[in-house]
Design a protein around this ligand. Structure first.
Ligand code: MD3
Ligand code: FE
Length: 202
């Protein structure tokens, strides 16, 4: 039963602890094939989040800009999106289209993500699906204009968000983590998966 917040659909506690553990097991395999790396913004600032991707395309940032690429920075193609993750996409999105990218963000102690829009995709008609695992994080969402007022809430392990329609281009970010608030990941931290359609045929 989703809660509607600023046009996004919020499914608190959608994934039970067993489902969360099995996603973590899937992600260990993804990270073994495509290691988490420390991205740098086009302006040369290191991001506090570590990243990798699964799927046909992965999201990359480096000195050359933000973009989607078919290969990990080390050169290998991205691993496949785990079947359980695709099943969740299909059950919530209900459109005959697979996501091109599953971006994996890992937040260690002190990591955050500044307010931004997701607009590197060529097609905004499909929603973005976000899956939250591990430590609680303070999520902030505004409107489609940077100066629109924002509201914040804590995302917990097992929560899922679906951003479609006007919410697809909403400004959003992660202000902070409650490090070690969850026992899902042995060393603490938070994993966020975002599933996106990048563009038809691109
Ligand atoms: C609202 N990730 O990877 S997930 C990102 O928790 C990103 O790692 C955050 O923002 C994280 O781009 C937030 C929730 C989220 C993801 C995509 C959205 C909210 C969104 C796209 C449009 C609007
Ligand atoms: Fe984003």
């Amino acid at each position: 039963i989703p809660v509607e917040i600023r046009g996004l659909r919020y499914f608190p506690g959608l994934l039970d602890p067993d489902a969360q553990q099995s996603l973590v097991a899937d992600l260990r395999k993804v990270v073994a094939a495509a290691p988490l790396y420390a991205p740098v913004t086009p302006g040369g600032r290191p991001m506090s989040v570590r990243m990798t991707s699964a799927g046909r395309l992965g999201w990359i940032t480096d000195a050359r800009g933000y973009r989607y690429e078919p290969r990990h920075p080390a050169g290998q193609p991205w691993p496949a999106i785990p079947p359980d993750v695709l099943a969740l996409w299909h059950s919530l999105v209900g459109l005959p289209r697979e996501p091109d990218c599953c971006l994996v963000n890992f937040y260690g102690e002190g990591a955050k993500m500044g307010l931004h829009q997701d607009r590197d995709e060529g097609d905004f008609s499909f929603p973005v699906l976000s899956i939250n695992l591990g430590d609680e994080a303070l999520f902030r969402i505004g409107g489609t204009d940077r100066k629109d007022p924002t509201e914040s809430f804590w995302l917990k392990s097992g929560d899922v968000l679906l951003m479609g329609g006007p919410a697809r281009l909403a400004w959003h970010g992660i202000d902070r983590l409650r490090f070690r608030s969850s026992r899902l990941l042995p060393g603490g931290g938070r994993i966020n998966l975002t599933l996106r359609v990048v563009a038809d045929g691109s």
